[in-house]
Write a protein of this length. Structure first.
Length: 101
């Protein structure tokens, strides 16, 4: 989702340990992701990412990985709470909501 869909690069990975971990980066943003199967089973993971150019990021995702677009958030739309949003969903059911004020 992050690399193919949003253009992040893998900076570090330790995927074979008891709690897999990686660091992804793009421009001045760095994301640290840890996998925990027990916690993920308790709740559907959801993340939010804020951008200043949602339309450009959406166009990138449409071009690079349209299969990641969430069925219920596959267009940029202004929500009743005032934010522009679209959403991604990966094969493990992790949801990433991209938003812009």
């Amino acid at each position: 989702m992050f690399c193919q869909g949003l253009g992040f690069e893998l900076r570090y990975e330790e995927l074979t340990g008891a709690q897999p971990f990686c660091i992804l980066a793009k421009d001045a943003i760095e994301v640290h992701l840890a996998q925990n199967a027990a916690l993920a089973a308790q709740d559907r993971p959801e993340l939010r990412l804020e951008t200043t150019d949602i339309h450009a990021l959406f166009a990138h995702v449409q071009q690079a990985a349209p299969e990641l677009l969430h069925p219920n958030g596959n267009q940029v739309a202004r929500k009743p709470w005032g934010l522009w949003e679209f959403a991604l969903l990966d094969e493990t059911q992790v949801c990433l909501i991209v938003q812009q004020p």
